[in-house]
Design a protein around this ligand. Structure first.
Ligand code: ASP
Length: 587
């Protein structure tokens, strides 16, 4: 038997018992004769005392032990001497007087200190099995487990069944590049790893499964800008005979029930969650994934500024653009340099410039001051509520650029002025997404969500004449400035699905080769259906207050898509390539 208790179990009631613990040396303090070892495992820490007066051999082993050795200790539980109890530790009332110590696994000196929060991430990832020993990482793994378990139990209670779908499949477009797997049995042919189980879950609806879910791995070969991983996990779900709000209500109920259980310290912004149309989100927050924990909304001043003598404003309005602003509280005193930095930031977002108006006690200041009349200032104040002490930031540009720039500035000030409560989870639904997005590089329409999304019935006829105006029955779940899930009501009719593929620029032969199986399935009695896929990595990241998803994935890739621990990807052997009929071209 390796242990009778964990390192988190022992309490005063165990005093006098002989116990065996196994764990890692967390700390070791050599006090001349006495050696104190804190033995650690996933469950806690227990103080072990090796005294040569009790056991010479055990003491001799304790002398050789070092941090992160795995030890097995047998001894007697006793009360700590009065005054040396540690109330911060669950086991802090007791210690184990060692009678026998055995080294089960010695350890080299670790490449980094486990309690050093500033260790370089590449070193942490290279030795991830050590990194995961840290309490913070153990907490993240446990939290993730609790989230997934709650989801599984909830979905089961609501009549969903979990069905596994293949990893080796065919292209399932979600807007990224596919990972391909060469077939040995069919040289020259490839499986594609699913970017999501989208097609398969829809086919399960055709199969009559009615309510499906899966904790599903998705694979997308995209540049890992920001916070992405080549593979990630979603709670994938699909339901038959539903309308949009049936899906939204179910997921909202899941999250509303789950968060107080897994992270009681988090508060939900509101119940029920807001539903914000896509265009309204862009217009008020400059983003389709708005952070709703604070105000600082965007205002459209185009009407107020219609007759403006300010050239920059005139120019933008004259070419179909807008004048929009945000009002930054308490920043009227910004220096020239601070304003210049904001302008540089605005230009990085694509804006031509940034105009400012500072409402100071001594009057109006700023780069726009000369060109804005007192009447216009009054009208701006009446619309936005701007007061003395505030700084108004204007962008005059196309609607897209103005929204993007001011949306980014809104987030910059969120962080700078600490406007967002970190304990708040501000969930909301973004609804009524456009069906298509114009791809200027390729000069064609792409699916904004994915090609299986149902356009709104009343917009079907616009598909040829005005694709940009077609709205879809698609929705996103957002929280604290992140997109947390996407979903939609799906197309279940062959004719509509075919038309969408055509609209996306696929020719009939291509459609047949890639999606013939879907189109055929829709000819055998397909129920109306819809669903969504909340991401699990990002949710756990937010719940754990972590800055990126790598912290909540046991073995993530780094930002160059490498597994630096196992050294993957790595070259294949010549023999393997031959079997696959593959020749690697040197680049
Ligand atoms: N398959 C979609 C995605 O991965 C989600 C959905 O539409 O259910 O974003």
């Amino acid at each position: 038997m390796h242990k009778t208790h964990t390192c988190g179990d022992l309490r005063a009631e165990h005093i006098g018992q002989t116990v065996t613990l196994s764990g890692w040396v967390d700390t070791r303090r050599d006090h001349g004769k006495l050696i104190f070892i804190d033995l650690r495992d996933r469950y806690g820490r227990t103080q072990v005392v090796a005294d040569p007066a009790d056991a010479v051999a055990a003491h001799a082993v304790a002398e050789t032990a070092r941090n992160e050795f795995v030890l097995q200790v047998t001894g007697v539980v006793r009360a700590r001497p009065a005054g040396s109890e540690n109330p911060k530790l669950a086991t802090g009332a007791v210690e184990v007087e060692a009678h026998a110590i055995e080294v089960l696994g010695p350890s080299k000196v670790l490449p980094f200190q486990l309690d050093d929060e500033n260790t370089d991430e590449q070193i942490r990832l290279k030795h991830r099995y050590l990194d995961l020993r840290r309490p913070r990482m153990q907490r993240n793994l446990i939290l993730r487990h609790k989230v997934v378990k709650f989801m599984r139990d909830f979905m089961d209670a609501r009549g969903f069944i979990e069905v596994e779908t293949p990893i080796l499949f065919k292209t399932t477009p979600e807007g990224a590049r596919d990972y391909l797997v060469p077939s040995r049995v069919h040289p020259g042919s490839f499986y594609a790893l699913p970017q999501s189980p989208q097609q398969l879950k829809q086919l399960l609806m055709v199969a009559g499964v009615d309510r499906y879910f899966q904790i599903a791995r998705c694979f997308r070969d995209e540049d890992l800008r920001g916070d992405r991983q080549p593979e990630f996990t979603q709670l994938d779900l699909e339901m038959s005979f539903v309308h949009r709000d049936d899906v939204l209500t179910l997921v909202e109920e899941l999250y509303t029930a789950m968060i107080p259980v897994v992270t009681p310290e988090k508060k939900l912004l509101d119940t029920p969650w807001r539903k914000i149309p896509y265009r309204e989100a862009l217009s008020r927050y400059g983003s389709d994934k708005p952070d709703l924990r604070f105000g600082l909304e965007l205002y459209d001043l185009s009407t107020i500024m219609a007759g403006s003598g300010f050239k920059v404003f005139q120019l933008a309005l004259g070419s179909g653009g807008v004048v929009k602003c945000i009002v930054v509280p308490g920043c009227a005193g910004y220096s020239r340099k601070e304003v210049d930095d904001l302008t540089t930031f605005a230009k990085e977002q694509g804006a031509k410039g940034l105009a400012t108006l500072a409402l100071t006690a001594e009057g109006v200041r700023g780069t726009a001051q000369k060109f804005i009349t007192p009447g216009e200032v009054e009208a701006i104040q009446a619309l936005t509520g701007a007061r003395e002490g505030d700084l108004v930031l204007f962008v005059a540009d196309s609607l897209t650029v103005a929204n993007k720039t001011l949306g980014a500035l809104r987030l910059l000030f969120r962080d700078r002025l600490k406007l967002a409560d970190p304990s708040l989870m501000a969930f909301a639904w973004i609804v009524d997404f456009p069906m298509f997005a114009w791809n200027d590089e390729e000069k064609r329409w792409d699916a904004e969500h994915h090609p299986f999304t149902m356009p709104k019935a009343e917009h079907l006829e616009l598909m040829e004449s005005d694709p940009g105006a077609v709205l879809a029955d698609a929705y996103d779940m957002v929280c604290n400035g992140y997109e947390m899930a996407s979903g939609s009501i799906r197309i279940h009719r062959r004719d509509i699905q075919f038309k969408i593929f055509e609209r996306l620029g696929l020719d009939p032969a291509d459609i047949q080769a890639k999606f013939g199986h879907m189109l055929e399935a829709f000819e055998y009695g397909a129920p109306p259906h819809g669903g969504m896929a909340p991401g699990i990595d990002r949710l756990v990241m937010l719940l754990a207050d972590e800055p990126n998803i790598r912290e909540v994935i046991a073995f993530p890739k780094n930002q160059a898509a490498l597994d630096v621990m196992a050294d993957a990807p790595s070259p294949a052997q010549e023999k393997q390539l031959k079997e696959l009929g593959i020749k690697v071209l040197a680049d």
